[in-house]
Design a protein around this ligand. Structure first.
Ligand code: UN1
Length: 508
């Protein structure tokens, strides 16, 4: 064990019981209802307990965030950026606990947990650098002689950050630190399935120097407290990642307010396709398809849902896919050998199983991976591939390990592109082809925020592949990209007639 400190430390969180709750003004409250948090992998195993925020907690949090805003806005950006870098160091120092939590609370695989901490660290360091360049110095604009025109970029006010359970650390913190480093205060409402990860991350942010009232946490059910939060006119902006339906509910709530116009940044769903033409290499295609569809049990908004294969190589690709799926290990996400873990909860499991039943009747079942007996007490869905006729058979995004395969003829490529665009989503796209001109043409014509050629189509890296889409997939700008922080700032110009104040004093 001494030779393997990472594993020994990870193991030490095997039975830890965490207690989380609203973090208001730096205090953990126990005011609202408490729920037991059970592991998605095994419902007999408790992870801890979470107290939800009640209405008084929410009012108090928004009040404090509003009062704390002017001083935080006027804090030098260098100090805010340093706090993010300090937080990055703290995340690294606590990585085993955070990985254990991602696995135990969210059912994420160990490799996913490692990647998640990495991504959270990257967000902190990247936005620290971006904020320094965006806000470090103000701009002097050209203007008439005797007038000084200066442009300042500054925070907007209290932000509400609503984050998803599928990246309970990385996306939670990505949103929060983007809002904080630009001088906004934050009330964070994490997904109701993953409060503990968010709670620990918030504590670490406070330890890193983010003031207590500048970042607060209000755990709860979206349906119960979401409306209270979005209707509050003190909240000047909402940063949301989750389903398209919820983004629309939030948008309506913001639009119905009487007060100031709030800004919404939303990153939502997809109906992500991959187009594989007959010049591609089937072995490489399969590696990338399996990774893109089944990693994280398909619970990524970037995940591949619809594979278009040119008919000349369809049989070969389908055969290889069956073989590769038979080799997947579905089971305990706490084991490195596991390829596919559980889905998040029973509602997700039931919805996905119902979809598999319906679509396998309508189409043709290609392959389905058998479970190991580690799955008996958890929310598992078997990785499944089904051949269908067209993308319109999918009435919505199915957020799990289900791949749909559609054959096409070379002459039908334009139809395929139109069909993908007809969904209204525009998130990720994969293309496999050794004809580079054709691959690039498809990548340009398909409506997608992130197009990937001859590789997998998940795992966008902060600063390298800024992530996000358009249409039903969200508003942009892209997270982890050079323009993301612009959503969190306002601009102010001060035009100063300097001749009025001793402007001619030194000439003679
Ligand atoms: C999401 O699933 O909400 O590209 C986003 C990826 C991740 C982002 C996924 N970096 O897979």
């Amino acid at each position: 064990q001494e030779a393997r400190p990472f594993f020994a430390k990870l193991d030490s969180f095997k039975t830890t019981q965490w207690h989380a709750g609203p973090l208001i003004g730096g205090e953990t409250r126990q005011s609202g209802d408490a729920i037991a948090v059970l592991s998605p992998q095994d419902q007999r195993k408790q992870v801890g307990e979470v107290h939800f925020a009640n209405e008084a907690d929410i009012q108090d949090a928004i009040e404090r965030a509003t009062a704390a805003f002017p001083a935080w806005r006027d804090t030098p950006v260098e100090q805010r950026a340093r706090a993010l870098e300090e937080l990055a160091d703290k995340l690294e120092a606590n990585r085993e606990e955070l990985i254990a939590l991602c696995t135990r609370e969210a059912g994420k695989g160990l490799q996913d947990g490692i990647d998640e901490v990495r991504e959270a660290v990257d967000f902190c360091r990247f936005y620290a650098v971006q904020a320094r360049s965006l806000m470090g110095e103000h701009t002097v604009l050209p203007g008439p002689t005797g007038e000084l025109n200066e442009l300042f970029v500054q925070g907007r006010g209290p932000y509400l950050c609503i984050s998803p359970w599928n990246f309970p650390l990385a996306i939670f913190l990505g949103q929060v630190v983007a809002a904080l480093v630009t001088g906004n205060t934050v009330v964070a409402k994490p997904a109701e399935q993953t409060n503990i990860v968010a709670y620990r991350a918030t504590q670490l942010a406070h330890e890193a120097g983010i003031p207590a009232d500048v970042l607060q946490l209000v755990p709860g059910k979206g349906r119960e407290i979401g409306g209270l939060l979005t209707a509050d006119e003190r909240i000047v902006g909402v940063c949301f990642t989750g389903s398209t339906e919820t983004a629309k509910v939030i948008n309506r709530s913001l639009a119905a307010r009487d007060g100031a116009i709030a800004k919404l940044v939303a990153e939502t769903g997809g109906q992500n396709a991959m187009v594989v033409d007959s010049t591609s290499l089937p072995e490489q295609v399969i590696t990338d398809v399996v990774h893109s569809s089944f990693q994280s049990a398909g619970q990524r908004c970037s995940a591949l849902r619809v594979l278009y294969v040119q008919e000349d190589i369809a049989e070969r690709v389908i055969d290889l896919l069956k073989g590769a799926m038979a080799e997947l290990h579905v089971g305990n996400p706490g084991l490195f050998k596991t390829d596919v873990g559980p889905v998040i909860d029973q509602t997700a499991q039931q919805g996905l199983l119902a979809h598999i039943e319906r679509i396998s009747k309508e189409g043709r079942l290609i392959g389905q991976t058998a479970f190991s007996d580690e799955c008996e007490h958890g929310h598992f869905v078997p990785p499944t591939a089904v051949e269908i006729q067209h993308i319109g058979q999918l009435e919505k995004e199915h957020f799990g390990p289900i791949l749909h395969v559609i054959r096409y003829k070379a002459s039908e490529l334009d139809r395929v592109i139109n069909e993908i665009n007809s969904t209204g989503f525009g998130l990720t796209l994969g293309v496999h082809s050794r004809n580079e001109g054709q691959a690039l043409a498809i990548a340009h014509k398909v409506n997608a925020g992130n197009a990937y050629i001859n590789r997998n189509q998940i795992g966008a890296v902060v600063g390298v592949q800024p992530f996000g889409g358009n249409g039903l997939s969200g508003t942009g700008p892209k997270a982890g990209g050079p323009h993301y922080l612009h959503s969190f700032v306002t601009e102010k110009t001060i035009s100063n007639n300097i001749t009025a104040i001793g402007g001619n004093a030194t000439l003679l």
